[in-house]
Design a protein around this ligand. Structure first.
Ligand SMILES: Cc1cc2nc3c(=O)[nH]c(=O)nc-3n(C[C@H](O)[C@H](O)[C@H](O)COP(=O)(O)OP(=O)(O)OC[C@H]3O[C@@H](n4cnc5c(N)ncnc54)[C@H](O)[C@@H]3O)c2cc1C
Length: 394
């Protein structure tokens, strides 16, 4: 059986690797002419590090282990903290702080030569006798038994399957980078997130003497292309964050314009059925989630884990296997998506923390979020065939 995956991000590569390890024939089509390794630092929760271990990805010496998460007020006063070391130890899998690109590289390195076809931009998909067809901007087409859209939040596959359910921008963006800046956090195991009225600042190490830093603030799409932001960014950031505690304000004195990347936050409505027939979606193509939730890469890996097993178990009925995968994932993804939407509307988070910090222990809250969002940690696999051929609409 042949599976075509559109997109060589964390989700598409993890699914490709899982299927290949299980003996399937897989082709990955990526629009870029090489792996896209840019982007920020990501937190890999214990479910994700467990999934990477199952895929045979070596994480020894990769990034930094996270032992502690601190939420602080903009002036540096500690609001709450989480003991991530204890939570991770419960599962026997670390929580890791790593560069996004490092995960992409490690997954790709395990794939057989030629699995990824670069420079192939998918423009649409359709069902065809005995499978599906993907079309590309160079006029070529590929026929396959199973087609997976793992092509990110502006997915061409999603656009075909759910033309009315494109991503909406939340009105917030992150200005971030990974660089070698002086900080007491660089060689540590702590993630610090500061909250203020304009937005948030998150800082954590990602290994190799590098620090991930991210400033969130208000942002509106402008010009012709949503997501394009031009001109110098640092003056605006310095203006917003100059009266924050010295560790935050000082960061902006040490970075340069070239270090700053802008990532507008997008959110999807998550439909009940993600695909149709032998086609489905995964990762950001199925459910774009703003980075504040710390879930984009994690949810893509969770999708890959469930999807791989569903396809392997349901070989005789690919459509049924894909619906079973969607059924196993949708409730957890919707929960993550709705809390991410709520968090991004205002500084709800800060208000909530002030109210609940004495009532609900932070470890309990964090643990519930991590466990609730993970199929892997709950050993929640796809049940055999649910409703083959279910339509793409809610
Ligand atoms: C270059 C890049 C930088 C990122 N930076 C950040 C960041 O700083 N902060 C953050 O929170 N998240 C970032 N993300 C998103 C984050 O990686 C995802 O939320 C998460 O890893 C889930 O990954 P995914 O595989 O579902 O999607 P993605 O990581 O978006 O990967 C999708 C892949 O599909 C490819 N693709 C897209 N359209 C097509 C097409 N039509 N045909 C063929 N291939 C296509 C893309 O080039 C990409 O390689 C970034 C993604 C990319 C691609």
């Amino acid at each position: 059986m042949k599976t075509v995956i559109i997109g060589a991000g964390i989700g598409g590569l993890a699914a490709a690797l899982g299927l290949i390890r299980a003996g399937h024939q897989v082709e990955v089509y990526e629009r870029g002419d090489r792996l896209r390794t840019a982007g920020n630092g990501v937190i890999l929760w214990p479910g994700s590090t467990g999934i990477l271990a199952e895929l045979g990805i070596e994480t020894e010496g990769f990034g930094r282990a996270m032992h502690r998460g601190e939420l602080l007020s903009y002036n540096g006063s500690l609001l709450v903290w989480t003991d991530m070391k204890t939570i991770s130890e419960r599962y026997g899998h670390e929580t890791l702080l790593v560069p996004r690109g490092g995960v992409v590289e490690r997954l790709a390195a395990e794939l057989p030569e030629g699995t990824i076809r670069f420079g192939r931009q998918c423009t649409g998909v359709r069902a065809a006798a005995g499978g599906a067809v993907a079309s590309f901007s160079d006029g070529s087409e590929v026929h396959t038994d199973i087609l997976i859209g793992a092509d990110g939040y502006r997915s061409a596959v999603r656009e075909t399957l759910h033309p009315d359910l494109g991503a909406t921008f939340t009105g917030v963006a992150t200005w971030h980078g990974i660089s070698s800046v002086p900080s007491d956090l660089t060689d540590g195991n702590t993630v610090r997130t500061y909250f203020g009225s304009i937005g948030i600042c998150a800082i954590h190490p990602v290994g190799g003497g590098l620090l991930h830093w991210a400033f969130e603030g208000p942002w509106k799409p402008s010009g012709t292309e949503a997501g394009s932001i031009e001109g110098p960014q640092l003056p605006q950031l310095r203006n917003w964050f100059s009266d924050w505690e010295p560790a935050v304000a000082g960061l902006l004195d040490t970075v340069t314009e070239d270090d700053v990347h802008v990532f507008p936050h997008a959110l999807h409505k998550v439909p009940r059925w993600w695909g149709q027939g032998p086609m489905t979606l995964m990762g950001d193509a199925a459910h774009a989630i703003p980075p504040r939730a710390g879930m984009g890469a994690n949810q893509a890996l969770e999708d890959a884990w469930v999807l791989t097993q569903a396809i392997v178990a349901g070989k005789a009925d690919p459509a049924g296997a894909l619906r079973a995968y969607e059924t196993a994932r949708v409730r957890r993804v919707r929960r993550v998506s709705s809390s991410a939407g709520w968090m991004s509307r205002s500084n709800n988070m800060l208000l909530m923390l002030r109210i609940v910090r004495r009532a609900i222990p932070m470890n309990k809250l964090t643990h519930a979020n991590i466990k609730g969002s993970s199929n892997y940690l709950n050993n929640h696999r796809a049940e055999p065939v649910v409703s083959a051929g279910a339509g793409p609409k809610d």
